[in-house]
Design a protein around this ligand. Structure first.
Ligand code: AMP
Ligand code: GLY
Length: 423
């Protein structure tokens, strides 16, 4: 079996690492990949949204399955592109079709879906430039903080939370009238603020059956104590210690089942990962968001805990036989800590030589923003590498990651030393 993974982050290196262990795998390709995937697979210089280029690569390399990492190509319809093409339609794509990918591609669509299927979520209303006055009134009716969400994809920056009513009104104006996030903020969802602790649950769906994967919690802010600018994610822990059996069964009954059943009722075929961002409010789960892919860096903590052959699991997704898979999860805790370029998430330099990462023995090192330059591994992005370790609990696992991070260096390397501080 030849497999192509689309993407270039830590998530994709982790998937490559896991698929690479399968006896069923012959050749593994990653487009465009990074220095980590280059070491275990063939990197292809094709962008994730270059559907024609992907088609050529799939035919040239006799690819039998495509695994989609990021949301962009899914929201743009890569799965539908395969289904609509006679030469590609027999090749399974892991990742939903465009219609269901709108769960991530449109916040308004996601909110309507949740309301239609009685899935607990924050109360909301949505507005366009024609209804901006109603938006101002709605803001006035709410208590601070105010949560404003650009409807479309905005590279993870489309959610703005403000304490001050005037600033919230200004933000609404900037999104709707000044197109702050381009077309993505032509519609804005305003919702009630929910106070609680966040966690994520991952579900793998074959469109008929599903498997609940381990929970994870990520740390999104750049600063210690979860302050400062939002990043793609600075670290993650799996499982989440406070997600006990009772809470998990609430998540299952109130969120997972109605989500999977809702997709079926709405006739939205779904073969792929559903990432459910949740917040625990007084012991009850509320959905903050859906993503139609795995999380990054959650993947670096979740996937290493899956004991099954991932090729077999993906084949079961393709053939709608997921109910025949007995998912085996490592009981230990996995934690990952992201090493980032100095300055990230604002401006940062690239091309810094990375040293020591290949000397680590008792942690897994997953590459994110790295590339090869004259035989050396150099930085090539804001998030550079994730160091994943196992332990009996998250403290033990983190200790190992932090010890091993001491051995890795590049100019202006930065990371959070307080992952798990709130648990
Ligand atoms: P998102 O881009 O949808 O993941 O949202 C970014 C972050 O905003 C989430 O991870 C939450 O921390 C926060 N957030 C989103 N919606 C709400 C809400 N209704 N109440 C409180 N926090 C929220
Ligand atoms: N870590 C958050 C995300 O992947 O969206």
């Amino acid at each position: 079996m030849n497999i192509l993974i689309l993407g270039s982050g830590g998530r994709e290196h982790t998937l490559a690492w896991k698929l690479h262990q399968s006896k069923k795998l012959e050749k593994l390709f990653v487009a465009p990949g990074n220095a980590g995937t280059n070491a275990i697979a063939h990197n292809l210089a094709v962008g994730v949204n270059d559907f024609k280029g992907i088609k050529n690569a799939v035919l040239q390399h006799e690819v039998n399955m495509v695994v989609v990492g990021p949301e962009d190509p899914l929201v743009n319809g890569i799965h539908d592109y395969f289904l609509d093409d006679k030469e590609l339609q027999h090749i399974p794509v892991i990742g939903p079709q465009k219609a269901a990918a709108a769960l991530e591609g449109s916040k308004e669509f996601a909110k309507e879906f949740m309301c239609r299927h009685q899935i607990p979520t924050a109360a909301y209303q949505s507005f366009t430039n024609e209804t901006i006055e109603d938006g101002f009134k709605f803001l006035e009716s709410l208590k601070p903080p105010y949560v404003l969400k650009a409807d479309g994809l905005a590279a993870g920056k489309g959610v703005v939370i403000l304490e001050d009513l005037q600033k919230a009104k200004k933000e609404l104006q900037s999104m709707l009238i000044d197109a702050k996030f381009g077309n993505a903020s032509a519609t804005v969802v305003i919702e009630e603020f929910l106070a609680g602790i966040e966690l994520s649950v991952f579900v793998l769906s074959d469109g008929s059956g599903y498997k609940v994967l381990p929970t994870a919690k990520d740390y999104k802010r750049i600063g210690e104590g979860d302050v400062g600018l939002n990043t793609g994610g600075m670290g993650a822990i799996s499982p989440v210690p406070f997600a006990d059996q009772e809470f998990m069964s609430k998540i299952h009954q109130q969120v997972v089942v109605p989500t999977v059943e809702g997709l079926k009722k709405d006739n939205l075929p779904y073969k792929g990962f559903i990432f459910i961002g949740l917040i625990k409010v007084n012991n009850d789960p509320f959905v903050i968001e859906y993503n139609v892919r795995l999380g990054d860096p959650e993947t670096e903590a979740v996937v290493p805990r899956i004991k099954n052959d991932l090729v077999e699991v993906f084949e079961a997704v393709a053939n709608q036989q997921l109910n025949q898979i007995d998912l085996q999860i490592d009981e230990r805790t996995a934690t990952t800590v992201m090493l980032v370029s100095g300055g990230y998430p604002e401006a940062y330099e690239k091309g810094k030589v990375i040293q020591g990462h290949d000397t680590i023995e008792d942690s897994l090192v997953f590459h994110a923003g790295t590339t090869m330059n004259e035989g050396q591994v150099v930085t090539n992005g804001g998030r550079v590498m994730a160091v994943t370790s196992f332990g009996d609990d998250f403290k033990q696992a983190l200790k190992k990651s932090y010890q091993n991070i001491e051995k890795i260096s590049f100019d202006k390397m930065n990371y959070r030393t307080d992952i798990g501080f709130d648990l």
